[in-house]
Write a protein that binds this ligand. Sequence first.
Ligand code: ADP
Ligand code: MG
Ligand code: MG
Length: 209
Amino acid sequence: MALTKQQLVDWLMRCGEVFRRERDFLTELDTAIGDADHGLNMNRGFDQVAAKLPSVAEQDIGAILKSSGMTLLSSVGGASGPLFGTFFIRAAQVTAGKQSLDLAELQQMVQAGAEGVAARGKAQPGDKTMCDVWQPVADSLKQSLAQASDVRAGLRQAAERARQAAESTIAMQARKGRASYLGERSIGHQDPGATSVMLMIQALSAAAG
Ligand code: ADP
Ligand code: MG
Ligand code: MG
């Protein structure tokens, strides 16, 4: 069973709710190793994405993702706006014209987005960034594909992998972004952006049913 366009729109709506609910938690994470605005940034960005959805929901998946990416680019400042914006714009390029996504197409979407974020942020694995969750999620979907899982099972697996991957950033020393200014003192705290990716993948799994 493929992920329908309606489920994808539902995902983006759920992201709006999740970042409203988790705003203070994410900002708390960013207080420890950043400038205490990550929750506010994500909440503002996905509120705007949700507000735009009704006007684009009739278009294809690529167009919806592109619109969401442009909205994040223009409404979220800091490091995370351009990076999440890049994720969606790259994801849009490989889903142009589609009305649904099977597991292979979903894997391509996440892989393209993850590569776009890594290229834009110049982050390597282990640098304690959102990339430390995006790529494991893409890898998990690839494994599920090899095991001939369906989208729903693949996303459940990916959400669990995302949880572990976000947790694994606690032990890392930040080498990119504001947290890198702290050097070794960045160790022992979960990365805010990585946590946001985890929340997005959990929301995607929930939207898939
Ligand atoms: P800012 O740091 O500008 O205040 P946010 O607080 O919204 O922006 O986002 C911080 C998050 O952005 C970090 O937790 C990290 O996951 C991510 N990030 C920062 N720099 C990079 C980078 N170069 N590559 C990938 N992700 C990054
Ligand atoms: Mg910040
Ligand atoms: Mg900031």
